[in-house]
Design a protein around this ligand. Structure first.
Ligand code: WTA
Length: 634
């Protein structure tokens, strides 16, 4: 139990927090109606929730107005976004006034390129201000942004452009990663050339991050900055219904196909504002740094929308934790007096390895709240972050949520919920987790089970783009009457939740979700591979690492594992590169032909016994064969 008293004054006392929780449970309609007043509506919703139609359905609003315009009267000269470039001496600050102006200019550019409300616009950018500006510019027009993670391969981008039907892409000539250059434009060009008939991209706007030269295709590609200079600095916002999609964000699940999770406007924004204020104890003067890439949901909700909705100041850093030296992140916190620092257990594990003396060189006394997200955090990493980075003075929020939930669901609330290292603790007021047994019956008290959610919440995704039936099948049908999260959890005697990890075939590598099926589908494109299985195993640094088994076809060459690795990185991306690839004669299968992942996982972890009854396998001998292959000296 964390015993260090926090010297800070937090917004919520335990008593006030309990009152919120009780009210949200007793009078949900009134509670959420109240919370909806966090936003400026052009038409106020007459109802919070309706089972058939969702949240705030007859309300109308504009997301960029809520993030920018409404703060102009009181905060025009306050920093909205501080961008720390890779170079230590380059900092660009946007006030609410100048950010508003840039967003309007880009919205006008998009409009002049034919973008209209409801159109999809893809954003494929490194950590530069234009990413955030582009998201808000889309929102200003009612266009739906589709941010594509910078680590995606051309194949992965091509699939997502085709599925979303995006009409325009905003990209960069290159991104910077330390001294390296990441070829954004070249990757996008390759994606657009792969299946030209499958996408609807007419225009590519290119941000020049450096002066690197890239090829520009006439009539399609344009440099963004001259267009911005010519554009007007005012742009009338488009009113949108609360249930209009604000963005699509692709994520992985049990099926090979990436799912375009659709988030709406009203409910999502209420959730972003509510959770950012509550969980991060947002206060006047805070400097909020979320290290997630905008290509992931964390970058959307807490790298952009939450802090701006609440009139906060965002810090965006272009670079990496360890460049030019291992203390770079601490240096950024010191220089910009960051108060709220939200990052991943993977990053903490890596920074921990650099040793305590690195952290000690910096003044981190501005920090007030530390947060983590994306994967379970170990007690060791929790304590290191809390003691060495937070100096034992800060609130620590281990936040559990997912792309589909829109924002944080289970987390401590600073000052109100007592922390236990490595527990996500309690649901936020208005969130109702349940733990179910395999048959779908709720389990009471201290127990372990499948984590589901009862009832809806404003941030819940609307659907899956182009596949409403898949949304139902994935989230609503597995456990009738509940929303299925895909995670397992334990609940202790204090009602605290401890997330145990995915119960489906999703692998969590450094906090990035990768579906086993996505990897297996990529391998299926390699003609020399008959079949394959991808599983996750514990990994010291990444949380989980990927191990792949491939079964060759007759006559496959010796370098099959190299071809397998290439199939994965070219179809999915480098972030899905496996730790190990085993070429094996067959997979352990049931008589009906289903591979038994439980066995594959145990064998990959180096176990040699305790496999239980193998008599149900089509070929029980295969287990011993696989063990001998995995154990063989390399
Ligand atoms: C996992 C990221 C343990 C979980 C916001 C979830 C966590 C998936 C935590 C969602 C946490 C997220 N402790 N596990 N605090 N937070 N996860 O969609 O398995 O990229 O289902 O959203 O990450 O990943 P996603």
């Amino acid at each position: 139990m964390s015993s260090s008293p926090h010297p800070h004054t937090f917004r919520l006392s335990p008593v006030a927090y309990k009152a919120l929780t009780d009210r949200a449970a007793a009078e949900p309609e009134l509670y959420w109606e109240g919370e909806s007043r966090r936003l400026n509506w052009s038409a106020e919703p007459s109802q919070a929730y309706c089972e058939e139609q969702g949240w705030f359905v007859d309300g109308a609003l504009n997301a960029s107005v809520n993030c920018l315009d409404r703060h102009l009267a009181t905060r025009a000269d306050q920093a909205a976004l501080i961008w720390q470039a890779e170079d230590a001496d380059r900092v660009v600050t946007f006030t609410y006034r100048t950010l508003h102006e840039q967003v309007c200019r880009l919205a006008n550019v998009l409009r002049s390129q034919g973008v209209r409300a409801g159109d999809r616009v893809a954003i494929h950018l490194p950590s530069v201000p234009e990413g955030l500006i582009a998201m808000l510019a889309c929102a200003r027009l009612g266009a739906i942004h589709v941010v594509l993670f910078g680590g995606f391969s051309p194949e992965a981008i091509a699939d997502r452009l085709a599925d979303s039907g995006a009409v325009l892409v905003i990209t960069a000539n290159v991104g910077r990663r330390g001294a390296k250059r990441i070829p954004f434009k070249t990757t996008l060009d390759a994606a657009l050339d792969l299946r030209p008939e499958a996408h609807a991209i007419n225009h590519v706007l290119v941000v020049s991050v450096t002066d690197d030269v890239v090829s520009m295709k006439a009539d399609r590609d344009m440099w963004l900055s001259p267009l911005l200079e010519e554009a007007a600095a005012e742009c009338a916002p488009q009113d949108m219904p609360a249930s209009a999609p604000l963005f699509l964000l692709y994520t992985s699940g049990s099926t090979g196909k990436p799912k375009g999770i659709v988030h709406g406007t009203g409910g999502y924004l209420v959730w972003a504002s509510y959770t950012h204020e509550l969980v991060f104890d947002h206060q006047e003067g805070d400097v909020f740094w979320c290290t997630a890439d905008i290509g992931w949901i964390t970058g959307h909700t807490y790298g952009v929308y939450g802090p701006l909705l609440n009139g906060g100041t965002i810090l965006l850093f272009e670079g990496m934790p360890s460049h030019p030296g291992p203390g770079r992140w601490w240096n950024v916190i010191q220089d910009h007096k960051v108060t709220t620092f939200y990052t991943s257990p993977t990053a903490i594990r890596a920074l921990m390895r650099e040793g305590n003396d690195v952290v000690q060189r910096y003044d981190l006394s501005s920090l007030r709240v530390l947060g983590t997200v994306g994967e379970p955090i170990s007690q060791e990493a929790w304590s290191w972050f809390n003691d060495h980075v937070g100096g034992g003075r800060c609130a620590f929020v281990d936040t559990w949520w997912q792309t589909e939930s829109g924002g944080i669901m289970i987390s401590p609330v600073p000052g109100a919920v007592r922390e236990k290292p490595a527990s996500a603790t309690l649901p936020l007021p208005g969130v109702h987790p349940v733990l179910l047994d395999e048959r779908g019956a709720p389990k009471e008290g201290a127990t372990e089970g499948v984590l589901c959610l009862r009832g809806s919440w404003p941030g819940r995704a609307l659907t899956i783009w182009n596949d409403a039936a898949l949304f139902e099948r994935t989230y609503l049908q597995p456990y009738s009457g509940y929303y299925f999260t895909g995670d397992g959890a334990r609940r202790d005697e204090d009602g605290y939740y401890w997330i145990t990890g995915r119960v489906d075939d999703v692998i969590n590598v450094s906090g990035h979700r990768i579906g086993s099926a996505e990897i297996e589908d990529a391998l299926a494109t390699e003609l020399l591979i008959a079949e394959s299985a991808a599983i996750g195993i514990p990994h010291d640094l990444k949380g989980q690492g990927i191990v792949v088994y491939v079964v060759p076809r007759d006559g496959a060459p010796d370098d099959l594992h190299l071809r397998a690795a290439k199939a994965i990185t070219s179809k999915v991306g480098r972030y899905a590169a496996p730790e190990r690839i085993h070429v094996v004669p067959d997979l352990p299968k049931t008589r009906s032909g289903k591979s038994v992942r439980r066995l594959l996982r145990k064998i990959a972890c180096g176990e040699t016994e305790g496999f239980g009854d193998l008599s149900t396998l089509a070929d029980p001998e295969i287990v011993a064969t696989l063990i001998s292959i995995i154990q063989a000296p390399k």
